[in-house]
Write a new protein. Structure first.
Length: 229
């Protein structure tokens, strides 16, 4: 019988590497644009700029995911949470439900929320997910057989300068059913570069990534540069 990690790894093969690459590129440019906007605001000091950056970087991920989904014909929707009125983006790429989560450190544990637990608790890929998140006319109806994938993203460093505020960490993580720890984490760039064969990390070795932005990862069979929106 397959372990949950093996099932998750198999399901992640549904992700189109070009779609994943578009997310990574969009995140890189989004972080850069947010830095440029805040750096040019003379009414803010660096402490305030850092605070604004941390609060708004989630919007960079939302835009990157939605833009990539639009360009690759991947269904997505915005769900309004009845508990607090917030709107969350859900992307359904094959059997993978994608959301995003900002991180400060690669060692961060999942940021628990009730709606995330609802998404993660699929009971071995067989339970039909019915989320109490409000209703929209174009909502995605079939969540059966899906695994939750979380796009983790963070800045390269703590300081407010171009190098530190570039995109430094981009991981695709799969949480357990309680959304308390990561069952597996894969470098987003590895999926974009290696295609549908998701590389397996060495046992007992946490995933690492250099704290340097890679805005345009190499395409597998093309020398063309990644386009920006």
């Amino acid at each position: 019988m397959q372990s949950f990690e093996d099932q998750a790894r198999s399901t992640l093969r549904d992700l189109d590497p070009d779609f994943v690459e578009k997310i990574a590129v969009g995140l890189g440019w989004g972080y850069n644009a947010l830095y440029e906007e805040l750096a040019a605001d003379e009414t803010l000091d660096d402490y305030s700029r850092e605070e604004h950056f941390n609060r708004r970087r989630a919007e960079c991920a939302r835009r990157a995911l939605a833009s990539a989904a639009q360009q690759h014909g991947v269904p997505y929707e915005h769900r309004r949470l009845s508990c607090n009125g917030q709107t969350k983006l859900l992307v359904k790429a094959g059997r993978v439900i994608l959301i995003h989560e900002p991180i400060c450190s690669i060692d961060d544990h999942p940021a628990i929320a009730d709606y995330k637990r609802e998404l993660a608790d699929v009971h071995g890929f067989v339970r039909q997910l019915e989320l109490e998140l409000g209703d929209l006319p174009n909502r995605i109806r079939d969540w059966s057989g899906c695994v939750l994938g979380v796009v983790l993203h963070g800045a390269a460093g703590p300081g407010f300068d171009r190098r530190h505020k570039s995109l430094g960490r981009t991981m695709l993580a799969v949480p357990d059913a309680d959304y308390t720890h990561w069952v597996m984490r894969v470098d987003l760039q590895k999926i974009a570069m290696f295609g549908r064969t998701v590389p397996r990390d060495e046992p007992n070795k946490r995933p690492t990534q250099e704290d340097q932005v890679v805005v345009t990862p190499k395409r597998r069979n093309s020398s063309a540069e990644a386009e920006t929106d």
